[in-house]
Design a protein around this ligand. Structure first.
Ligand code: SF4
Length: 350
């Protein structure tokens, strides 16, 4: 009998972020209107507040964190169109956060905004004040999906905004919303369009991507379209398999995939009328992506045993153990998969 061979596999995902993000929610602040899928109060679990109140609350919170010598965190302004906030609030918020950077609790500052509100002069001004990263709510680079979703910009404008963020010296993040409606046939944009979006991302190589499959949330214009039979969201299986397919190439390109699906904010679950909701979409898709990569590296061989970095222990056999059987078909029993403190995987093959 031939001796077993050991294959080495290195997971292409980069290191975890150095600092946790502390979010500051600004629901719909600065938005030119309401996008058809968006109900920020439900998605963020926060009611809209006056910007002055949020500013004062944040200032007190940062004072307290500084006084307590709190471990550093990244401050993230989310839930609105940050670069279109009225009364110069974008600059005021960034300047406030930046004042707590030197020796204080704020390690970095990020914000999210729309591509059509990301003008280079303002981005440069905010970068000079201390902004580090901008996440663009691109949603899709597909013109038909953007038009059907009435986003008000096209794919070329979204790409130009990505360039502007980089030109301003800022780190770029991109948020995508797979499964948006699409013209000419409104029901959900085809998986092919999402695959093209991923190809574009692989060219642009943002530092970070968030993928939020499009959900039908009560109170949104999309919910009314859904009621009229004009929109059908992706089934969960489509979202899960498309995202699992997208992860390995993104990781290999050095793109960090941060958030998979909406965070389960209080009140969100009861408001989802339809769509690919899963509380553990991250674990579901990451497990499948890892399985695909390990199976590919086996290249037809059978795997008797596996040593794996502890970081991946929880997701190896998939959400709810859905991958136990597929791994068994590759030759791997659950008892023969053991975590270790190395950074690589070792696959013992027959
Ligand atoms: S711009 Fe963003 S936050 Fe504002 S309504 Fe549209 S999706 Fe919601």
């Amino acid at each position: 009998m031939a001796p077993p061979h050991t294959l080495i596999f290195r997971h292409p995902e980069g290191p975890r972020p150095a600092f946790p993000v502390r979010p500051v929610f600004l629901p719909n602040a600065g938005c030119p209107g309401k996008c058809i899928y968006c109900v920020q109060e439900v998605q963020t679990g926060r009611a809209a507040l006056a910007l002055g109140d949020i500013y004062e609350h944040l200032r007190r919170e940062l004072d307290r964190a500084a006084a307590a010598a709190h471990a550093p965190f990244e401050l993230g302004f989310y839930g609105g169109t940050f670069t279109a906030l009225p009364e110069d609030y974008a600059a005021r918020f960034v300047a406030l956060a930046a004042a707590y950077k030197q020796g204080g609790p704020v390690a970095a500052v990020r914000c999210s905004t729309r591509p059509d509100a990301a003008g280079l002069p303002l981005l440069r001004e905010l970068a000079a004040l201390g902004l580090d990263s901008v996440e663009l709510g691109v949603q899709s680079f597909d013109d038909a999906a953007l038009a059907a979703s009435r986003r008000g910009y096209d794919g070329a404008a979204a790409r130009a905004a990505c360039e502007a963020v980089r030109e301003a010296g800022l780190n770029l993040g991109v948020q995508l919303l797979p499964g948006l409606p699409s013209l000419p046939s409104l029901p959900g944009h085809a998986p092919e369009a999402f695959r093209r979006d991923i190809e574009i991302l692989l060219e642009i190589k943002p530092g970070l991507v968030r993928l939020y499959p499009c959900l039908v949330i009560e109170g949104s214009a999309l919910a009314a379209m859904h009621d009229r039979g004009e929109y059908a969201p992706w089934p969960l299986e489509t979202a899960a398999s498309e995202i699992a397919r997208a992860l390995p190439p993104l990781w290999r390109a050095g793109v960090r995939v941060a958030r998979l699906g909406l965070a389960p904010q209080p009140g969100l679950l009861g408001k989802i009328k339809a769509g690919p909701w899963h509380a553990s979409l991250g674990s579901l898709t990451r497990g499948r992506a890892l399985y695909a990569m390990l199976a590919q590296s086996l290249d037809g061989r059978r795997m008797n045993a596996l040593r794996l970095p502890r970081r991946y222990q929880g997701e190896l056999f998939g959400f709810g153990g859905e991958l136990i059987e597929p791994y068994a078909r590759l030759g791997l029993k659950t008892a023969n998969a053991k975590p270790w403190d190395q950074a690589h995987f070792a696959l013992e093959t027959a």
